[in-house]
Write a protein that binds this ligand. Structure first.
Ligand SMILES: [Zn+2]
Ligand SMILES: [Zn+2]
Length: 168
């Protein structure tokens, strides 16, 4: 396994690596298990090998396209993914390969608006949501910005983490 920085650039020139994922192609259809490319990392992002992902009612709303603001399609749902970091991109200083993290519903926020600057990022109008506006955890791998993932402490099993990760 090559986890050095820049590995993704090298891989991109070789054959594209794929992973299994559960994909929503159209609303109100069954999820399709298919091979899709493992996401490439951008600055500040991490790649997580997903160990488990909860099923929340929000995921069902996403699959059905129930809400006025629709999720992207095709979509990999799941905002309770938890796993082990397999790769870190340039600019990641707070986490390292092997760390256990959860990828929450609040995937990222702008960091500059009134809400973000007062610790209320969940109200940010430019927020992205895992398994909704970006691909989530119903896959072998999921990428995420290092700043917004939740480190799972030693002594907390990944299964128990799920109980705390339910936010929406
Ligand atoms: Zn914001
Ligand atoms: Zn949820």
């Amino acid at each position: 396994m090559n986890v050095k920085q820049g590995a993704s650039t090298v891989n991109a020139k070789q054959q594209v690596k794929t992973m299994k994922a559960a994909v929503v192609n159209e609303f109100n259809q069954k999820l399709e298990i298919k091979e899709v490319p493992i996401p490439d990392l951008e600055y500040g992002e991490i790649l997580v090998k997903i160990k488990a992902c909860g099923v929340c009612h929000t995921d069902l709303h996403a699959v059905h396209g129930d809400w006025p603001v629709k999720p992207k399609l095709p979509l990999i749902p799941g905002h309770e993914g938890v796993g082990i970091i397999e790769k870190v991109a340039e600019g990641v200083t707070s986490l390292k390969v092997g760390d256990r993290v959860g990828i929450p519903w609040l995937y990222s926020a702008c960091g500059d608006c009134e809400y973000c600057l007062t610790g209320r990022e969940t109200l940010c109008l430019d927020q992205l949501n895992a398994g909704y506006s970006v691909d989530g955890g119903y896959a072998e791998y999921c990428k995420a910005p290092a700043k917004y993932v939740v480190k799972v402490p030693e002594g907390l099993t990944l299964r128990r983490y799920h109980r705390f990760s339910v936010q929406v």
